[in-house]
Design a protein around this ligand. Structure first.
Ligand code: NAP
Length: 266
């Protein structure tokens, strides 16, 4: 691990978070790590907070490919992305020092809205009707018009995002060892005019998904990439694929995805 000693820490800017960030920095410096304020120079990027902070850390540092990401939980409870605990920083520094970690790769989805620049999501891309009415989307898989959706919206989740919003609306939990992404409905209307599958479905990593928003006056939906709302207002086509990029995270031994799921939910 000696080539991975330059650490950048992402935290919120409130007093408590900054205080805890300073304590983490002290602990890391004490163990011989070097801190940097420039995330581009870091080979380890650590988030302090919960899974939401980890999502922000990855997004704000540009989904870097040549570094490891690690999450420190402040609540005393581990999260899906938070393998370390603020109350046991010694364990974290010793684990990194002794290289008692494995690299785990988490899939990302790549989303392109019309002719805007593509962006990545680690948890999910979500699209919802903006007003009290439903809205209509064509769901196109590769070049097949698969279904026309009328309802509140859709969630397109990665495997690690499958335990988040997707799970709350009865999507399946998906092992991140699988290269795939999942489509989950938010309150679809099913009647003689509109019919959708009604269950969530999982698409192989080589497939292309296009969502075509019907331009009927409700074509200004709310869209989000993980926990960040998108500023794009008008939308016609959204193209989603599994990215060739992944996020590398540290993983303690005996801390598999399914152990995390068990710890969070069971
Ligand atoms: P938040 O609304 O403050 O928290 C949502 C909760 O989801 C938090 O407890 C968070 O954990 C947890 N979480 C985030 N990613 C997770 C994952 N991959 N697996 C399991 N739990 C996860 O927002 P946030 O903390 O910034 O997280 C953003 C995420 O919230 C979005 O990406 C979306 O998945 C999710 N969300 C869920 C719903 C819902 O379930 N109805 C609605 C909107 C958004 P921490 O407490 O450790 O941060």
């Amino acid at each position: 691990m000696t080539e991975r000693m330059n650490i950048y820490i992402y935290s919120k800017h409130d007093e408590d978070s900054l205080d805890k960030k300073a304590k983490v920095e002290d602990a890391l410096i004490h163990e011989g790590f070097t801190m940097t304020n420039n995330s581009k120079e870091a080979n380890i990027i650590i988030s302090i907070g919960g899974d939401g902070s980890f999502l922000q850390a990855v997004r704000k540092t540009g989904f870097r490919q040549n570094c490891l990401y690690a999450g420190i939980s402040l609540t005393g409870k581990h999260g899906l992305y938070c393998d370390f605990n603020y109350n046991n920083l010694y364990e974290m520094t010793q684990s990194i020092r002794r290289s008692e970690i494995e690299v785990r790769r988490y899939p990302l989805i790549e989303v392109t809205i019309d002719d805007h620049r593509p962006f990545y999501c680690l948890n999910e891309f979500s699209i919802r009707s903006n007003i009290i009415r439903t809205f209509i989307l064509d769901v196109i898989i590769d070049d097949l018009l698969f279904e026309t959706f009328l309802g509140d919206g859709l969630i397109i989740s990665t495997p690690t995002g499958s335990t988040a919003y997707n799970k709350s609306v009865k999507g399946a939990v998906v092992d991140p060892l699988l290269s795939c992404f999942q489509v989950t409905e938010l309150a679809s209307v099913n009647n003689n005019k509109y019919r959708t599958l009604g269950s969530s479905f999982i698409m192989g990593g080589e497939r292309k998904l296009r969502l075509r928003v019907h331009q009927d006056g409700n074509d200004f939906p709310l869209m989000a990439a993980d926990n960040e709302a998108l500023g794009i207002r008008k939308v016609e086509n959204i193209d989603i694929v599994l990215s060739k990029k992944t996020i590398k995270t540290v993983k303690l031994k005996n801390n598999s995805f399914w152990e995390k799921v068990q710890r969070i939910y069971l």
